[in-house]
Write a protein that binds this ligand. Sequence first.
Ligand code: ADP
Length: 151
Amino acid sequence: YSGKKPIKSVADGMVDMIVANYQSRPVVITENLSVYDAICQLFLEDVGTLFVVDQQSLLTGVVSRKDLLRTSIGRTGLEKIPVHVIMTRMPNVTYCKKEDTLISVAKKMMDSQIDSLPIVQEREHGLEVMGRVTKTNITAAFLSLVEDQDV
Ligand code: ADP
């Protein structure tokens, strides 16, 4: 036995991968944070997308790099614009649960042309943000399939 997994078991490994094992910490801001401060958070936390929550910590939207750039071009007074005016808001936010497969997340990202999804848990009045899954997490998971082997 060579120690190499046959191709089929690599494919099986991929189907078995779930979000919970490949997630990152979410970076969350509140709706009234200014566009200016959101840009600072993006750099400080080194992420591409911020998740926006209300006073009850329930998901209300997402703000990405492009959202912030679009708002900033040719404009001053960014410290006076709250992020809730520019964010992509619920119910248009694509999300997942920690028990979902990485394949289903990859499909959602490709279909919606987005880089990350909040991982949520349902609460009585909405969705609580528990984590974050990005294209980087998917790439790391993809790589782990071959790193387990002799290549
Ligand atoms: P970037 O703007 O940094 O390239 P994306 O490609 O992920 O990041 O974002 C593109 C657009 O999709 C933005 O307008 C953003 O608000 C929106 N978006 C990002 N993530 C989500 C999501 N999980 N659900 C819905 N819309 C999203």
